[in-house]
Design a protein around this ligand. Structure first.
Ligand SMILES: C[S@@+](CC[C@H](N)C(=O)[O-])C[C@H]1O[C@@H](n2cnc3c(N)ncnc32)[C@H](O)[C@@H]1O
Length: 219
C-alpha cells in the first residue's frame, strides 16, 4: 500500500457494483468485507490510517441518496455539501437529482479518491474537498447532507452542534441515520425512512430501518 497511490489502492481493493437500494448508482465497494477491514486494520496499526469507511455504502448515506432520487426537488438547482462523504454516494445522488453544484468533503485521503472515482463512474460532477469543515461557516451552501455520522460520541456531538448552527442560517440540513447510539433525540424532524439491506458482517443484521432527519436549529 505504501507505494500505491490512494486512487490505485481504492481501485485495486474494490469492485464497481451497486447496492440493492440504489441500482442507479455504481460505486467502488469492498465485496470481501472482512478481508479488506482486516487488511486495512493491519496496515493501520503500522501507519495510523483510519478504517476504510470509503469502501462501504453505509445505511445512513444510502437512505439519504434514495430520498434525493425519489424527491429531487429537495436539491434541484441548489448548492449542496455532502459532509463526511465516504464513497461520495450522497453527493452523486444529489448531482443526479439536479443539484447545481456539489461539494463532497471528507478527512480521509482514500475517501477523496473514492469520491472522485465514483463520481467519474457515474458521469457526474462533484468537487472533492479535503478538509475538516466542522465549526466553519458554510456560505453559499443551500443544503448539507450527512449520512451516518452519529456512530461515535465525540464526532456526533461536535457535528450536530455545528450543523444546528448551520441550520439556523436557513440551510436545509439532512441527517441519514440507522439508529446509531449518538443520533440526537430532540430538535429533529422526520423527512423520510427506508429499510436498507445491509451486510451481516458489517452491521450484524440483514437490514436496517434508516431515517432521514431534518436537523432543526434548536434541540
Ligand atoms: C460511516 S462513514 C459514512 C460515509 C458516507 N456518508 C455514507 O453514509 O456512506 C463516516 C465518514 O466520516 C468521515 N469523517 C469523520 N470525521 C470527519 C470530519 N470531521 N470531516 C469530514 N469527514 C469526516 C470519515 O472519514 C468517513 O468517511
Amino acid at each position: 500500500m505504501n507505494n500505491q497511490s490512494p486512487h490505485d489502492f481504492v481501485r485495486d481493493n474494490t469492485t464497481l457494483t451497486t447496492t440493492p437500494l440504489l441500482p442507479e448508482i455504481q460505486l467502488h465497494l469492498a465485496t470481501e468485507v472482512t478481508a479488506l477491514w482486516q487488511a486495512t486494520e493491519e496496515t493501520l496499526a503500522a501507519t495510523n490510517l483510519p478504517p476504510p469507511y470509503w469502501a462501504f455504502a453505509w445505511p445512513g448515506g444510502q437512505a439519504v441518496a434514495r430520498l434525493l432520487l425519489d424527491r429531487p426537488e429537495l436539491v434541484a438547482g441548489k448548492s449542496v455539501l455532502d459532509f463526511a462523504a465516504g464513497t461520495g454516494l450522497v453527493g452523486i445522488a444529489a448531482a443526479r437529482a439536479g443539484a447545481a453544484r456539489v461539494q463532497s468533503c471528507d478527512i480521509d485521503r482514500f475517501a477523496l479518491s473514492a469520491i472522485a472515482l465514483n463520481a467519474g463512474a457515474n458521469g457526474v460532477e462533484v468537487k472533492p474537498v479535503s478538509a475538516d469543515l466542522v465549526d466553519r461557516p458554510l456560505p453559499g451552501i443551500d443544503v448539507v447532507l450527512a449520512g451516518d455520522v452519529c456512530y461515535e460520541r465525540p464526532m456526533a456531538e461536535r457535528v450536530t452542534a455545528w450543523l444546528r448552527g448551520v441550520a439556523a442560517t436557513g440551510t436545509l440540513v439532512l441527517l441519514g441515520d440507522p439508529g446509531r447510539a449518538y443520533v440526537p433525540t430532540s430538535g429533529i424532524e422526520r423527512v423520510g425512512a427506508y429499510t436498507v439491506p445491509t451486510s451481516l458482517e458489517l452491521e450484524d443484521r440483514e437490514a436496517r430501518d434508516t431515517t432521514i432527519w431534518r436537523l432543526l436549529p434548536d434541540a
